[in-house]
Design a protein around this ligand. Structure first.
Ligand SMILES: Nc1ncnc2c1ncn2[C@@H]1O[C@H](COP(=O)(O)OP(=O)(O)OP(=O)(O)O)[C@@H](O)[C@H]1O
Ligand SMILES: [Mg+2]
Length: 510
């Protein structure tokens, strides 16, 4: 079955779709989309553009307000996810939906265990294992049916999500930011996997903020801005820069460089740090005043431990950590914050924000121990003013009012709120871990600019990221972590992707 997307039949046609959420927010204001059989069709757009909303409608999770959807040229009413699955549509969600405590195979058959009841009315796990094992083999995934999901690295959990969707045999597969949680090596394998789906005749709708990926695999690209379709294009007819400009509605500068605010004086020093039972071994480094120091490394090489010990309550077994000559080795989180350390965690939903609480409450968290707000937290004019400022400065979109729960913000907008809150304190050192994951290019530039801004007054940033392009575009210096050790150091402008990757993957050692 060779895909013929140029003349291929339309499998999904969407006309003038709008969506107003119950709180009155208009997320879609007129979307048109036509997806052809057997193509990979990417949907791109800024955070909050409406991508997930549109996909949730196609998958029957939420209902549109007006407009029409046709599948195989027949107008349909996708009133539930069950209906969508019947029509051959499957969706891998932006945030994980799998159950951590269950095994891979239990997750895959969850909800359809009935198909496996044996003569005695018991669930026949042997045949589940066989069937799921066969599918894993067919898809060439490195998973085992009995693995417990919780114990798998994030990249593999993502594969379980996909397995679960493909198990139902969909013809149209929606992938909402599937690569956001993957490291560079995993991304390439994953993109090959998606291309394979297409080669088998499946239709794929793919969402990603990384235009490099989009251009690698797509046949067509549709740009959404502010809830409207800006246009749909064949990949050959458009460039990466043009797509970026269409997404944000203005010209975008791709040539960012690190700031030049570095001074001689050392602000932060880590000396011979080791952690019991953790990865980190004999780590030493300094950060100068006004410097941005990047930490490169494939996930799982000690970044998480380094982040936890520098920001949290974990006491190192040996070594010292000093901020402006003050020993912080034995300090609590609160003491570290008071000393001027702010941090951005890589898991905004688990650790960074309380997503069921309001934007106001989240925006003032950690500020409220300040004198500025007195005793009464909410309804306090000052706190409203502070958080309104954050929302404006960091361009947090989708805020109906201060009481809007954070859970109704799009992923990227949650991240902007978190960054804004952290940088609103008196910050001497910002420790940021994957600060722009799931963030669009304009917001990414905004976050990077705010980091650079911090260095103007001689404050510094420790940036832990698995995104090499990000590291190279704003760090004054980059150190590479491999198996818990610093194995290399590079200084701007002597950055070389190949050289960095060699150290990151252990092909080269210091
Ligand atoms: N349940 C909801 N109630 C009210 N507003 C919502 C709700 N869900 C989403 N929104 C708003 O609708 C807009 C579109 O959100 P959506 O999640 O579709 O964006 P997105 O393009 O997927 O963004 P991202 O790239 O950040 O994932 C956002 O401004 C968001 O705040
Ligand atoms: Mg989304």
């Amino acid at each position: 079955m060779g895909p013929d997307f140029l003349g291929g039949a339309e499998v999904i046609t969407i006309k003038d779709l709008t969506k107003r959420y119950p709180n009155g927010f208009e997320a879609l204001k007129g979307v048109n989309l036509s997806v052809k059989k057997g193509e990979i069709h990417s949907i791109v757009g800024e955070n909050g553009a409406g991508k997930t909303t549109l996909m949730n409608i196609i998958f029957g999770l939420i209902k549109p307000t007006t407009g029409s959807i046709s599948v195989d040229d027949k107008e349909v009413n996708i009133s539930s996810t069950g209906k969508a699955i019947e029509m051959g549509i499957g969706m891998v969600h932006q945030h994980f939906m799998i159950v951590p405590n269950l095994s891979v195979m239990e997750n895959v058959v969850l909800g359809s265990e009935k198909d496996f009841t044996n003569f005695f009315g018991k669930i026949d796990y042997k045949s589940i294992k066989l069937k799921v094992g066969d599918l894993i083999k067919k898809l060439k995934l490195s998973l085992s049916p009995e693995d417990i999901v919780r114990d798998l690295p994030i990249g593999k959990q993502q594969l379980v999500e996909i397995l679960k969707v493909l198990y139902k045999g969909p013809e149209i597969i929606i992938l909402d930011e599937p690569t956001a949680v993957l490291v560079p090596t995993e991304v390439n394998d994953f993109l090959d996997f998606v291309i394979n789906l297409k080669n088998e005749g499946k239709t794929v709708i793919f969402i990603s903020h990384r235009l490099k990926e989009v251009f690698k695999i797509s046949d067509s690209i549709t740009v959404l801005r502010n809830g409207k379709t800006v246009g749909s294009y064949s990949k050959q007819d458009i460039t990466r820069d043009e797509v970026a400009n269409l997404m944000i509605g203005k010209k975008f500068d791709f040539n960012a460089t690190p700031p030049k605010n570095e001074k001689e004086e050392i602000l932060f020093s880590v000396d011979d740090l080791s952690l019991k039972g953790m990865m980190i071994k004999n780590i030493s480094f300094n950060i100068k005043k006004g410097e941005i120091l990047g930490v490169a490394g494939v996930e799982g090489n000690g970044q998480e431990d380094l982040f936890s010990v520098l920001t949290g309550d974990i006491l190192p077994e040996q070594g010292s950590v000093k901020l402006a000559d003050k020993e912080l080795n034995k300090s609590t989180i609160l003491e570290k914050r008071k000393a001027g350390i702010a941090y951005i965690t890589d898991d905004r939903i688990k650790n960074g924000l309380a997503i069921d609480r309001s934007i106001l409450e989240n925006g003032i968290a950690y500020h409220h121990k300040d004198q500025r707000f007195g005793k009464v937290l909410i309804n306090n004019k000052n706190s409203v003013k502070l958080v309104t400022g954050i929302v404006e400065d960091y361009d947090v979109r989708g805020v109906k009012n201060m009481k809007t729960p954070v859970s109704s913000l799009s992923g990227g907008n949650m991240q902007k709120l978190l960054v804004g809150r952290e940088l609103n304190n008196q910050v001497k050192l910002l420790i940021a871990s994957q600060p722009t994951s799931g963030v669009d290019i304009a917001a990414k530039a905004l976050i990077h600019d705010s980091f650079k801004e911090l260095t103007v007054e001689g404050n510094s940033v420790l940036l832990i990221s698995s995104d090499l392009d990000e590291l190279m575009s704003i760090s004054n210096r980059i150190i590479v972590l491999y198996r818990g050790k610093i194995v290399a150091e590079f200084k701007y402008p002597d950055y070389d992707i190949k050289e960095l990757s060699y150290y990151m993957t252990g092909l080269k050692e210091s």
